[in-house]
Design a protein around this ligand. Structure first.
Ligand code: FIX
Ligand code: ZN
Length: 416
């Protein structure tokens, strides 16, 4: 048993540093998915978080900026957000962490030298390097059959890189059925715009086919703050009559990511989405009404976090996860993770990266590991003060749970 506080701290930081992370929500892909996988310094600099931050200083028209080649956009962002102003935002700092962890000379501020480094890298070599540097063992992707750029890969080569596991993402089905049903028809599913019995059965067949095709670990959707179930909307009916039964039959969780106000500034594209408070009553209703279903939930609004943690206390079929998007900042990660650990113990998934650029795994996990380790030290120290001593093995167990095993256990699959 560890009875010395310095030894406790050293052990916690070592175990957090060494754990092989399962990153349960990302937007990255294996190397053979071609241009879907973004990587390298120009992709890092043109991350939509940084584009939004760039326009805070720039009077350039949106159209003029987005018409520029990627490298020219990156040059502008580097000049504005790094050279002309100190890069202290989380997304700005993240670029520096990646460059530093790769062993590049950040002090030189030499963007062309960084570009040379990536130019010499092959994608397969770099995927290995990033996973190793980030300490990530497995990532779960965001896989959207409605994306014309992605669907062909699943209809041909599929994915056999076990580091990249699939999540079936169905935003168009749930949020835009009046348009997406035509795609289902094109793919041979006998659906119609009015959600009749035949359409319900065929949507269920579509979901089942794709969960199996992808070996999807869960089914996911991003939802607006107004999302409610039950109501008389098409979305609510598809959730209850299609998604809930299929997820139960296939034993996969339904992951709801709620609170996105899409394109409040549509000129910014991906950077134009914002945040709104979700209605926790919908999560209570679904968890209560469908006790044999499993639900993963992350909410985008900081104001939702306490009630989400309390709701997880009420329903063992609810797994809350991550400090999503606008919450993925050190001060908020610290606040939310302390709230969750004080409310739920270790029975939650503290973080996911949401990486859109492969290299981001390095900074998003480096930054979060540090925060979560500090919180664990505090919590173990508190119980040590009451005479409860933990062993190295118990710390290893708890850290493994937070950084992956809670997820694998919840979905009923073996890690890896
Ligand atoms: O819906 C999502 O998966 C969101 O995470 C993304 O749409 C968002 O753009 C993002 O990458 C946030 O980090
Ligand atoms: Zn995401």
């Amino acid at each position: 048993m560890i009875k010395d506080k310095q030894a406790l701290r050293d052990t916690v930081f070592q175990e957090v540093e060494n754990v092989g992370i399962t990153d349960i929500h990302t937007h990255i892909y294996p190397g053979h998915f071609g241009n879907l996988l973004l990587w390298g310094v120009d992709e890092l600099l043109t991350y939509h978080y940084l584009i939004a931050e760039f326009f805070r200083y720039s009077s350039m028209s949106y159209a003029e900026f987005f018409a520029l080649p990627k490298q020219a956009q990156a040059d502008l962002i580097w000049k504005t957000l790094f050279v002309e102003h100190s890069p202290v935002s989380e997304a700005q700092r993240g670029v520096l962490t990646v460059l530093s962890k790769l062993g590049l000379d950040v002090a030189a501020r030499d963007l062309d030298a960084y570009r040379d480094y990536f130019a010499k890298m092959s994608i397969e070599e770099y995927i290995d390097k990033v996973f190793d540097t980030a300490g990530v063992k497995t990532v779960v992707m965001t896989n959207d059959p409605f994306d014309p750029a992605e669907k062909p890969f699943w209809d041909t080569v599929g994915n056999n890189d076990r580091r990249f596991r699939a999540a079936l993402r169905i935003d168009p089905l749930l949020n835009d059925y009046p348009n997406s049903y035509r795609k289902l028809q094109d793919w041979g599913y006998d659906v119609s715009q009015d959600l009749n019995d035949r359409s319900i059965a065929e949507i269920k067949r579509f979901l089942t086919d794709w969960i199996k095709k992808m070996d999807a670990l869960y089914l996911a959707v991003s939802l607006p703050p107004s999302y409610t179930v039950p109501d008389d909307s098409l979305r609510s009916r598809i959730v209850e009559q299609c998604i809930i039964p299929v997820c139960r039959e296939q034993n996969v969780p339904f992951a709801m990511m709620i609170g996105v106000k899409k394109l409040v500034n549509y000129s910014l594209g991906l950077a134009g989405d914002s945040v709104g408070k979700a209605d926790i009553k919908t999560i209570e209703y679904l968890c209560r009404t469908y006790p044999d279903n499993k639900f993963m939930v992350t909410l985008l609004s900081k104001e939702n976090q306490h009630e989400l943690a309390i709701t997880a206390r009420k329903f063992r079929n609810l797994m809350i996860f991550g400090c999503w998007w606008f919450l993925n900042n050190p001060s908020i990660i610290d606040e939310i993770t302390r709230l969750r650990m004080e409310t739920l113990g270790l029975s939650f998934i503290p973080q996911h990266s949401d990486a859109r650029v492969l290299d981001q795994l390095i900074y998003k996990w480096s930054h979060s590991r540090k925060i979560i380790a500090e919180i664990l030290v505090d919590k173990y120290s508190d119980i040590m003060d009451a005479g409860w001593y933990v062993s190295e093995d118990e710390i290893k167990r708890d850290v493994a749970d937070l950084f992956g095993e809670n997820f694998w256990r919840f979905i009923g699959r073996k890690n890896g």
